[in-house]
Design a protein around this ligand. Structure first.
Ligand code: SME
Length: 148
């Protein structure tokens, strides 16, 4: 995976003349298409204090509205930190989307010091996420924060 190139492509998408929803969807598609171990990529956006599913690419999920503290997404929002879970079966506070998902990376998006959304990645591989994945997704979230 070429993180620098992917980040540049994300910046290119953000500059396009298109609505925010279209841009976020394109970012999801770029990441899912180009990184082999990304099987579901989606944004949750904070609305009325809850995480509401926004643009995503991958199988539909029943978890379209998640409270802070619930599941991995909710914990990341509540603790305001990245969650890298290499084996979801070891996580008690987890909302399963599909039995195929083995691991998950959730990065909060901050605006003026507050969590306004998240980028969530599910993988069908166990322990696929490295520091490089975490850095890339955190960098992308910083860029996306400008939109929200
Ligand atoms: N697994 C997440 C729920 C969202 S889905 O992965 C798309 C969680 O535990 O919060």
């Amino acid at each position: 995976m070429d993180s620098e190139k992917l980040l540049e492509e994300v910046k290119g998408i953000l500059k396009k003349d298109m609505d925010n929803e279209g841009k976020l969807k394109q970012i999801c598609k770029l990441l899912k298409d180009r990184v082999k171990h990304y099987d579901w990529v989606g944004f949750y956006l904070v609305k009325k204090g809850r995480l509401v599913l926004g643009p995503y690419v991958g199988e539909p999920t029943e978890h379209t509205d998640i409270g802070f503290g619930e599941g991995i997404c909710g914990q990341a929002a509540d603790r305001e930190e990245t969650f890298r879970v290499q084996d979801v079966t070891k996580e008690d506070n987890y909302l399963s989307c599909s039995v195929e998902v083995k691991s998950e990376l959730v990065v909060p998006i901050f605006k003026d010091g507050e969590v306004v959304g998240e980028l969530d990645i599910d993988s069908h591989e166990e322990s696929p996420f490295t520091d490089e994945d975490e850095r890339l997704i955190e960098d992308i979230c910083e860029e996306v924060a400008e939109l929200l």
